[in-house]
Design a protein around this ligand. Sequence first.
Ligand code: KG4
Ligand code: ZN
Length: 354
Amino acid sequence: MILSIESSCDDSSLALTSIENSQLLFHLKISQDEEHSNYGGIVPEIASRLHAEQLPKILKKLGDFLRNDFSSIKAVAVTTRPGLSVTLIEGVMMAKALCLALNVPLICVNHLKGHIYSLFIASSAHSHVFQNPSFPLATLLISGGHTQILEIQSFEKMRVIASTLDDSFGESFDKVAKYLDLGYPGGPQVEQKAREFMTDFPHLQPHNFPIPLLKNKNLEFSFSGLKNAVRMAVSQLPRPLSAKDIGSICVGFERSACEHLVRKTELYFQTESAREVSYFALVGGASANLYVREAFENLCRAYDKTLLLAPLEFCSDNAGMIGRAGIEQYKRGDFTPLHSVDIAPKSYDGDFQA
Ligand code: KG4
Ligand code: ZN
């Protein structure tokens, strides 16, 4: 099996995955949401200290699971890029120590490829998932750090089709939550407040925000204009903010942000290369959003694409997805000598084609 480690941001996580059948055998994650909630975003120094505390605790549990017999571990996979260097280093140091102690090779995993392979984690709780990748596949990766459409022919052959010009999709939810004092991470909070508004005030019109880049036909995303429109609207609301106003802003923002994703993906679906692609996936932390999932179910139906979604528990950062991507690299003999690990390199473009 492969032991995998994820610490690129604010989740400390370890997993064990069977090399033979990609089955997830052990998976544990400790999130730091509460600790960062007061700041409305991640404080790297705090995140790093918490990883230093939590990762060894999880390793102890993993040892208990294995009855301290680590002999079946054939490699250690760890996220090395992209991410916060001060948090990545915590996972990488643990990975190196384990490689030395167990005399096994190290696999350096790109976190974004991990998100893509979250689609193919086999676990006893989710027997229906695709265990083997179905290519060609296009994905919309929506996380706290990225908003990208990627076209994927194989593990090595991935092409970035569209990226964001400024903020990411998830980040814009975090900012909106900050303006409304909803805590961090903002995505689940904003989604919930929007849902409550629709149930509690079915006859009210929610706020209406413009859809970003509506007339622009380029394959690119932008969320900073929408974010600022929300900030302005919130600043004009009476204080203290009422549940009705908070919900109304959340619905309007979520609709506009989601419609932007849908319209740009629709533009992509109309391109020559997209016609060859019959599978489309949503991945990344924000792909847990049920409103977005539903919108893409409709879009994929209209364009005759099969929509792939990871189980909710594997959408946000986790070591299971790093182990699953690690298996692909293990099979290709893609190992990195311990002395040449590059943490959070400025450019990881080589992982993707332009
Ligand atoms: O993939 P992830 O766990 O971490 C990164 O790689 O960035 O994604 C975290 C991001 C956060 O910005 C969070 O607010 C957003 O995903 N998110 C959501 C939802 N759940 C998490 N955004 C919108 N709706 C959600 N339900
Ligand atoms: Zn992530």
